[in-house]
Each structure stands twice: as structure tokens, then as C-alpha cells.
Design a binder for this molecule. Structure first.
Ligand SMILES: C[S@@+](CC[C@H](N)C(=O)[O-])C[C@H]1O[C@@H](n2cnc3c(N)ncnc32)[C@H](O)[C@@H]1O
Length: 268
């Protein structure tokens, strides 16, 4: 794939790589990413969902851009909300569709497509726009974020969830411990994936995680954009996600390192 990206990246190439990689991820996506399903991350997810949902009326409409296999969307569906799930990958959407219980299907609308294109063509109003682990896959995440802000009227909300951020560990001792924990986490992960015969795809992600080339997403830049667009940030949390819950717990409670952020904002 190196040759496909040898020339400077264009939006079309980033889209192409994302389609290719997520076709490989497919229905094994969440099995391959235990950092999204371990007890530590589940706790964070449940708390954030509860906070967002307390502000919603029954029947509210959610737009989940880059919904994947329904990591957040399934929770919104099971709480009775209407979800439009959009994803670039036909395979991820298909896996999501297959996992929706029959009783919840009428509440779900699933669309295959590019987030930016969808936002420019679709004029529907949504109560919450969800972006979970998608910004770092976008060629121009700032433009997508601004497009979303513009269409959020008063009281509507934006949830940015599980977005990787640039890691900075200033203390040398903490840095060594952080690296050691990260090494152990990855070793165990590879062992588990091998035991379960799940191929690991990390080299594949090199180009589809486009924003990682620039150090990942800077939450301060997101805050700046939201402020410029007139949104009020209700909550921002930064923490360390790890493949295994115990490692995440240690990273957060003992080392205090950060590699991920969540953010909840609204238009006053
Ligand atoms: C890391 S996965 C996250 C999936 C899901 N939101 C979650 O949190 O589990 C990123 C998802 O974004 C989708 N994606 C990447 N670029 C996209 C784009 N331009 N428009 C829509 N979806 C995109 C991918 O196909 C993939 O399903």
C-alpha cells in the first residue's frame, strides 16, 4: 500500500485507504479493539452516555458519523432514540446492521458514505451529533467539525468520543513506566489475538489514521474551533486508554498519563 500513498495525500486517497482498512476490520472490529470494550472504557462510555441522555427528550434524533459497527449507536438505540448511522465502509455498516436487535431496527437508519459529503447534502436536524474515533481518520477534520457546528441550533449537542490525542509524558520515571505498561499491554494483546486467530492490522492503519501523521488531534484546537463557532463545552475529559482494563486503571490511577479525550458541547 506504500505506493498508493507515495504522492502527497489527497482527500480521495485518505477515503480510499479508510474504505480498504475498514473492509478488513469488518465485524471483528470491536474484538480487535478491546481498548473500546474493557471494563475501564465501558465505565467511561456508560457515564458519558448517561450524561448525554439525561438532556434528551424521548424520540430524540442522533447522528453518528463514522458509526462503525455501532459502538455508541447501539446504546442510543437501546435507550429508545432514533439513530442515523453513517459510515464510509459498507462492511462496517453491514456488521452494525446485523447486530441490531429486530425490535430496534425501525429506529435505525444506516447510510454508507463520506461524512463531509453527507453533511453538505443532508439538511435534517439532529439533537446530538456523535463523532467517535473518527476525527483522526479525516483528511480535513476542522472543516467537518465546522460543518457540524453550523447546523447545530440552540440546545443541540455534539459528542466527540474516544479520540486519540498526542501523548506527552514529562517525567522521565513516568515515561519509563508508561512505556513498560504500554509494552506489556501490546504483548498480551498480540498473544490474545493470536490465540483467538484474529489477525492484527496495525500496519494497515498507517495511512487511514491520517491525522496521526501530525501528532493526532489536539483537544485545544477543537476547543478553539468550538468557541469560534459559538458552542459551549460542557465537559472535556482526558485519560489513558489501554487494551486491558487493569492496565488502563493503572495508567490513570497511578501514572496519570493521557492518550485519549472525550468532549461534550452544546449550542446555548
Ligand atoms: C476507528 S473507527 C470507529 C468506529 C466507531 N465510531 C467506534 O467508535 O467504534 C472509524 C470509523 O470511521 C469511518 N470513517 C473513516 N473515514 C470516514 C469518512 N470520511 N466518512 C465517514 N466515515 C468514515 C471508518 O469506516 C470507521 O468505521
Amino acid at each position: 500500500m506504500e505506493s498508493a500513498m507515495a504522492s502527497p495525500a489527497t482527500k480521495e486517497k485518505v477515503l480510499e485507504e479508510n474504505r480498504r482498512v475498514h473492509a478488513l476490520e469488518n465485524r471483528l472490529y470491536l474484538s480487535r479493539h478491546p481498548e473500546q470494550t474493557n471494563f475501564f472504557q465501558r465505565g467511561i462510555l456508560e457515564k458519558m452516555m448517561a450524561e448525554v441522555c439525561t438532556t434528551l427528550r424521548p424520540g430524540s434524533k442522533i447522528l453518528d458519523l463514522g458509526c462503525g459497527t455501532g459502538y455508541l449507536s447501539l446504546g442510543f438505540l437501546s435507550r429508545g432514540y432514533h439513530v442515523t448511522g453513517l459510515d464510509l465502509s459498507r462492511e462496517m455498516i453491514q456488521a452494525f446492521e446485523e447486530s441490531i436487535p429486530a425490535t430496534l431496527r425501525p429506529q435505525a437508519r444506516l447510510v454508507v458514505g463520506d461524512a463531509e459529503e453527507f453533511l453538505s447534502q443532508n439538511q435534517d436536524e439532529y439533537d446530538v451529533v456523535v463523532l467517535s474515533a473518527i476525527l483522526h481518520h479525516l483528511f480535513d477534520y476542522e472543516s467537518v467539525l465546522r460543518q457540524i457546528c453550523v447546523r447545530l441550533s440552540s440546545g443541540k449537542q455534539l459528542l466527540v468520543f474516544f479520540e486519540p490525542l498526542k501523548q506527552e509524558v514529562h517525567s522521565p520515571i513516568k515515561f519509563v513506566l508508561h512505556r513498560a505498561l504500554s509494552w506489556l499491554d501490546e504483548k498480551l494483546y498480540r498473544f490474545e489475538m493470536k490465540a483467538k486467530s484474529i489477525p492484527v492490522l496495525d500496519d494497515e492503519y498507517h495511512h487511514s489514521d491520517y491525522q496521526r501523521q501530525f501528532g493526532g488531534i489536539d483537544p485545544n484546537r477543537i476547543l478553539e474551533i468550538l468557541r469560534e463557532e459559538g458552542l459551549e463545552v460542557l465537559k472535556i475529559e482526558k485519560y489513558c486508554a489501554r487494551r486491558y482494563g487493569l492496565h488502563a486503571w493503572l495508567a490513570n490511577r497511578v501514572l496519570g498519563t493521557q492518550n485519549t479525550f472525550n468532549l461534550f458541547a452544546t449550542r446555548p
